[in-house]
Design a protein around this ligand. Sequence first.
Ligand code: KL2
Length: 668
Amino acid sequence: MIASVMFYALYPLSRFFGRLSELWRKAPCVYVNGKEVWDGGGAVSGAQQTGLSLQWHSAGDTGPGPDHAETESPQGALEMACMGTCVNDGNDEEAASVREEEASARDPVMNDPAFSRTEGQTHSDGHSCAHAVETDAHAVYDADRMMDSSLADLYLGSGSEALLHTGSPVYDLSALLADSPPVQTAAEPLGWHFPTGLGLSQMCCRPYVQFPDVSYYPAFQHNDSIEVTWRVWEDFSESRTGAFVDAADAFDFSIMSYNILAQDLLEANPGLYTHCPEEVLAWDARLRTILRELQIWQPDIICLQEVQEDHFHKQMYPVLAEMGYTCIYKRRTGSKTDGCAVCYSSERFTQLSVKLLEFRRPDCELLDRDNVAIVLLLQPLSAHTEALSPVCVANTHLLFNPRRGDVKLAQLAIVFAEIDAMIEKCRSEGRRCEVVLCGDLNALPNSPLWRFVSSGQLYYHGLPTWMVSGQTDLSYKVHHARLVAPLWPSSLGVSDRCQYQSESQTAASGIFPVCNRQYSHDSMLQLRYCPAACVRPADLELIPGVTDKTPDPEDMEMFSRRFGLTLHHSLSLASAYSEVRPDTQSPAVSTLNSDGAAMVDYIFYSTRRSGSAGEEGGLQMLGRLSLLSAADLWCLKGLPNQTFPSDHLSLLVKLQLRSLSGSNSRLV
Ligand code: KL2
């Protein structure tokens, strides 16, 4: 009794004195991505980074709130409490892998965890959180356009003025998000961090408040520096190429790609989120955080994936419409309840045309999956609208199945064909068209699929289909399904240059006049030299002059000319994000779950190939919101967490479209 009375009396007192004495004593320095953003009124500490994990609280939780922000922290609500390294035990990797394959008639045994090849990215690889706090020299604050000044104030807290003048402060999403906490466990004690979930149990923690003689934890060392790693705005506006462009001749716009994790998919794959406390998985909380993130950045164009139909129509669309967006939604075919959405600011763009693509083709055996895409042609609106090229925006979520690179490539080819058709349409009107390709491609950087997008060609002949996306390593398998020409039947109407073929072209090519597997004799004859047909079965009896026939080189040549064995597209695209973080060289990831982490989301934009004519064209990247490494994200308890509501991070870039000096500019 006496003990508890003393506890209740002493606890608030000790907190009070603790806070007071904090102001007196040299407070710990706070680093955000290596930059000191707050020294608590004390002297700058020379101490360098320690391992850390993060603790943040709601405004109500920590006490600072708006009126305390000045004295407590410029982040308003960001508090650091626990230090030490979060070394994981490495035992949970297998346990989490309970994914079921997407309906795959041809690959019924899909148990391999996706992303297993992304070495060093899984949370169980013993990464120390110290990796997460290396410095980021690229953090530059860019208030221009990305948000108005009132937002900036809110975002950076009341200290933003000072920060703007003293160096390179960074965006701190949590400050905004925390100001009305979407998810909060009421039971969580102030400043204490009790990690939950697999692999996080060994995270070292320490209390925010020190209890003299009561704490089991080591005393707080005031010369310890505390570092916070965060997503920062990386400014490339200085390094952009080409001649200086008068602001009046340029149209800057921001575009976001974001897989928001459909609630139905989350619930269908609980094994992927075993590390998450229940409250961060609740849809209501995630919705609030997603909308808040959109409100913070207000991208001019938003490309969303995994948008559940009912959630979009009932909950997201009304808010987005209120924010001034026009939205296009396309649900996946079949029984899946999610789809893609593109929303654009009606003030900044007007729609010239739109195409909703379904990749499932009933008459084509290969294309039997339910993924979709949206391809839009948008006209930028400004005082010089007529001088601005339209922008073709494509948004897709390609098939997940790591084994089915063949399907992914065919789906992607349809997207490219549609983009090509839009470019052609512009060309016929004497206009150039720029391109932004966004989405979750379910393929890793440097994978064949990625290289195809980036370089415009892919020699695919003989490539095992699992290798296409780089998500998994199935090299131990004896039998591999391989890519052979033709990748898809000509009845699809898409050539291996990823362009729509007219019916007459399709007929002229003479292969597979119908896609319902009723092939004419002539069609079959044309396939006699395709690589698959040239494989000699091991047990084939040798009958001289009959079964020993090897194709004559000229015929083979003719065959490979017809089926180039190489896939092409005619765009020149650059990826806005690189596969490593520029500061730390650690792999940047865009998605993370219990199975691992990887970069699968992209924003590609059209560029001019260096040295090509029409050098003045193409889009320029002015900046982007940095990604994080897997280690960073595990320090934030993985994804989704209280701040990042999906198992993907949003990608956000700012691009510049230059107006044309004449109508003779060439197309991409
Ligand atoms: O990887 V994703 O998550 O881009 O975030 O895209 C797909 C997967 C998404 C749409 O199909 O649902 C997830 N194992 C794990 N995740 C799966 C599986 C699976 N078998 N099937 C679908 N998804």
